[in-house]
Design a protein around this ligand. Structure first.
Ligand SMILES: Nc1ncnc2c1ncn2[C@@H]1O[C@H](COP(=O)(O)OP(=O)(O)OP(=O)(O)O)[C@@H](O)[C@H]1O
Ligand SMILES: [Mg+2]
Length: 456
């Protein structure tokens, strides 16, 4: 009995142990299975989350890209619309300013300088000049980041840049200009060139002592040959260049500063005074002109920047290639003015008649061709506006040249459409001037071309 109980006891113990082990194994197995199942589930979940997140991210990125593209398009469209608007305003404004400045100059000439109202006329002329500056600002506003390539007169850009200087800059500092280059045309982006001059003048002002400081602009025509170091270091083609000098009598720079001035973010100015981006931008802008820049400076001896821009030879009144003019022989010269703006026709006629020329006028290209046909051989020069209804300046130009191949043509244009003119200027006996211009400038331009040889 005792034996049976013992066996039974051991049997129970063994069975319990076995069962415990089996249960343990089972639990372990189950745990593993459950964990694996969990792991599998977690992995699937993880991959699902990743896939969903990736899809969501892609959707977001696509949305962002689309929104960005839409913004860019909207911005571009807005800028284009503003550009058209501003371009249109600038064109119409040019004609209005021509009228204001032109009539005021004529009035001033006919007035006794001692007359009290002569002073008012002077104010009108000043206001005209101011309006001209505003047009320049407007043109600047229209520009986007893409450099434009347009024909530009470096001398006009220098004047415009100086007039745009903030009122507090240059206080107590003398600004002078000795602009000798004839002609002074180059091609590139006017806004970028204005920025170049503004940066240089602001730096020069910062370096100068108030009261004794002076800044001088100079221009001259030079030729860079293939051996010139500038041609090699800037990879520019040798040839004629306009060299623009901007000098100051400020504190100057030592070698260590001089070596780094064109580096982006290099500045010696106190915090908040300069970012060190001015001259690195200047460098980039000059490169877009296929030009070069160099600088000379010594501590205490001032600084001179020299900018070289490719010179475009266009026959103008002051071009050295134009024959020297002593007398315009006005009585034998007949001019046809073609402009859709009556006030421009009237003012330019008055100025030319006053200077002894015989004048015909036409309001558009077709009328111009009619007048030329009727007066075959009697007209020496056509003054041709580029923007006109019915038949624009370019079409009129070609129509005139087809019928009268030798005709001298003086193109005139507002500030925003110069690039259209550039290709026409390759033709002989063709010159260009920018409207608005005053009576003296007009006569100068006319004299230069009216005595130049006709087209071969
Ligand atoms: N005419 C100058 N005379 C003396 N130092 C000059 C002259 N022009 C430039 N520098 C020196 O070159 C440095 C770099 O000029 P840069 O125009 O690139 O930057 P900045 O004028 O310091 O700042 P930012 O133009 O961004 O306002 C100036 O901090 C100054 O030390
Ligand atoms: Mg600067």
């Amino acid at each position: 009995m005792f034996m049976d109980n013992t066996i039974l006891f051991y049997f129970i113990v063994a069975t319990t142990s076995l069962l415990t082990v089996a249960a343990g194994v089972l639990v372990v197995l189950l745990k593993r299975k459950v964990r694996k199942a969990f792991d599998d589930l977690a992995r699937s979940f993880d991959s699902l989350i990743k896939k969903t997140a990736a899809a969501e991210l892609e959707r977001k990125l696509t949305d962002e890209k689309r929104t960005q593209a839409e913004h860019q398009l909207a911005h571009a469209q807005k800028m284009e619309a503003i550009g058209h608007l501003a371009g249109g305003i600038a064109h119409d404004f040019n004609n209005i300013i021509t009228a204001i400045g032109g009539y005021a100059s004529l009035l001033k000439k006919r007035m006794d300088a001692k007359e009290p109202s002569a002073n008012y006329v002077e104010h009108i002329i000043d206001a005209g000049r101011h309006a001209k500056m505003m047009i320049n600002q407007l043109s600047m506003f229209v520009k986007n980041d893409q450099p434009q390539v347009e024909l530009l007169d470096v001398h006009s850009v220098i004047s415009a840049s100086i007039s745009m200087l903030p009122a507090d800059v240059g206080e107590g500092i003398t600004l002078s200009a000795d602009l000798k280059a004839r002609p002074s045309f180059t091609s590139g982006d006017t806004t970028l060139l204005k920025n170049v001059f503004l940066n240089l003048v602001i730096n020069a002002c910062d370096a100068c002592e108030k009261g004794t400081g002076s800044i001088a602009f100079g221009t001259e025509a030079v030729t860079l040959d293939s051996g010139n170091m500038l041609c090699r270091s800037f990879s520019i083609d040798p040839g004629p260049f306009i060299r623009i000098t901007v000098s100051d009598n400020g504190r100057g720079m030592g070698g260590e500063v001089l070596d780094r001035i064109f580096e982006p973010f290099f500045t010696t100015k106190p915090k908040g005074k300069g970012m060190g981006l001015g001259l690195s931008n200047v460098w980039r802008y000059i490169e877009t002109f296929k030009g070069a820049i160099e600088v000379r400076s010594k501590p205490g001896e001032g600084t001179s920047f020299f900018i070289y821009l490719p010179l475009i030879e266009i026959p103008t009144s002051s071009s050295p290639s134009a024959p020297a003019v002593t007398s315009p022989q006005p009585s034998r010269r007949t001019i046809l003015i073609v402009d859709d703006e009556p006030s421009v026709r009237e003012i330019y006629s008055e100025i030319l008649i006053e200077n002894g020329y015989v004048v015909h006028t036409a309001g558009d290209g077709r009328e111009a061709i009619d007048i030329l046909d009727k007066n075959a051989g009697a007209i020496d020069l056509v003054l041709l506006d580029m923007i006109m209804p019915r038949m624009n300046g370019t079409d009129t130009f070609h129509a005139i040249r087809t019928r009268f191949p030798q005709m001298r043509i003086l193109l005139m244009s507002g500030s925003l459409d110069q690039e259209k003119v550039a290709s026409l200027l390759q033709e002989p006996a063709t010159a260009f001037f920018q409207k608005p211009c005053d009576d003296e400038q007009l006569i100068q331009h006319v004299r230069s071309i009216v005595v130049s040889p006709p087209a071969p």
